[in-house]
Design a binder for this molecule. Sequence first.
Ligand code: GDP
Ligand code: GDP
Length: 447
Amino acid sequence: MAEPIVLIIGKPNVGKSTLFNRIIREKKSIVLDFPGVTRDHVYGEARWGERAFTLVDTCGIFENPEGIIERQQKQVVLSSVKEASLVLFVIDGREGITSEDIHVVEFLRKAGVEIVFVANKIESYEKYERNILPELYEIGFGEPIPVSAEHNKNIDELIDTILERLEQQGIDTTLREENDDEIVKVAIIGKPNAGKSSLFNKITGLKKAIVSDIPGTTRDIVDEIVEFDGKKYKFIDTAGMRKKSTVEYGTVEMYSIVRTIKAIERADVVIIVVDSTEGITHQDQKVAGLAENKGKATIVAFNKWDLVKNQSIKKKEYEEYFEKEFYYIKYSPAIYTSAERGWGIEELIDSIDIVNKSRNRRIPTSALNAALERYLMVSPPPVKKGKRIKFYYATQVDVKPPVFTFYSNQPENIPKTYAQSLRNMIRKYIDPFVGTPLFIKFAERKK
Ligand code: GDP
Ligand code: GDP
C-alpha cells in the first residue's frame, strides 16, 4: 500500500463514492467495519504509473448534521483529517455551495489541512462556469477542479493535481513495493495501552539488537530494521512506538484503523498484543480475522502477565479462552509476556522465526498425497448429487501462505467443513504449520 493518505470529504450525495471508485479504478477497496466507526469507511489504493497514494472515502460522515453521533464522529474525523496528507473536498458543481457544504467548509478550515477543491457532476462546463464558478471562489479554497466522476471527465487532471500537491509538501508518492524478501516483516498490533511500545522497546533493547530507522514515505511512518544474531526483522510503522506521545482513549481513530490494516497488509507476521488485565477485545478478534484472511502468520502476546494473579490457574483459563475467542487462529502460538519484567521476550522473537518458517514451508507432493490417501480411508468425503466426492491427488501450489490445490471430480460441491477438515489433516498428518493460515483450493479433474 502506498503511504500518503488522501481523504474524500463532502456532504452526502455529491458523488464521493463514485469518485472514489473512479480514482482507484475498481481495484480492491476495503470496508472498514471496525467497532466504534458507526459508518463504513472505505479505502483503496490509487496507482498512477510508478506513483500511488491511499484513498479513503469517509462516506456518510456528514449526514444528520445536528445529531450527537455526528458530533462524536466529527471528533473522530477531525483527528484523522489532521493526519491526512490531503483532503479532497467535493461539492455538487451543479448546485453550487449549500448550507450543508458550509458546514463541511467550516470543519475543514478548523482542521487546517491541505485541500484540493473538487466540483463534481460537471458535464456541462459552460453552464457551470457562468452560473456557479464565481461564487465558489468566495470559499477561499481557490478554483475548484471540475470533474464528472460518473462520466469520467477530467479525472486524470484531478489525479495529477493530487500527486502534485502531495509532492509539493515533500511527500514521496513513489509506489513502494516490498522487495526485501529475505527480511521478515513484523507488525505489532493491539489496542492503545496494551503495551505495544513497551514490547517493542524491550525487543530492541535486547543485548545484540542492532536497530536502524528506515524513514517511510511520509514523515510519520517509520519502519525499523532490527538485527538479532545476523537475522534481520523489519518492524512496520514503529513511529510512536519508540517514544510515547499522548494516547487517545475511548475513540477509535479512523486513521489508526487505516494504519492498522495497512500494517497488516505489509507484514509477514502479525503480533496481536492483548492486555491480559482486560482480555481479548472485539477489535483484537477483527485484527486476527483480517490477518488470517490475508494469509499472514500470527502470534498472540498476552501482555501485562505480571499483573495477573494466580498465574498458573489463569494460564489454563487463558488457554481455553484463547481457543474459544481466537478459534480461527488457534494454530498460533500464545505467549505470556510482561514488557515490564521482560518475560516472554525471547520466546516472542523465537516465535517470529517459527511462524515465518511455517508460512514459507513447502510440502513435497509425495508426502501430501500419502497423507491424503490415509485420510480418505478414515474420513471418506460425502456423497453429493448422488455421487461420492472423490479426490485424486493434491499439490502445494504456493507459499506465504501455503496454498494447496486438491483435484476432485466435483470441486464445486465440496462442503466448507470438508475443506476445514483437509486443513486439519495437513496440520495433523504432515506438519502443524504453527502460526500460519493454510489456503485450500479445489480444481476439477475428470477421471
Ligand atoms: P456520495 O453520497 O457523496 O458518496 O455520492 P454517490 O457517489 O453515492 O453519488 C450520489 C449520486 O450522484 C448517484 O446517483 C451518482 O450516480 C450521482 N453522481 C455521481 N457522480 C456524478 C457525476 O459526475 N455526474 C452526475 N450527473 N451524477 C453523478
Ligand atoms: P501501547 O499504547 O500499546 O504502545 O502501550 P504502552 O507500551 O505505551 O503501554 C501502556 C502502559 O502499560 C504503560 O504505562 C506501560 O508501562 C504499561 N505496560 C506495558 N506493558 C506492561 C506489562 O507487561 N506489565 C505492566 N505491569 N505494565 C505494562
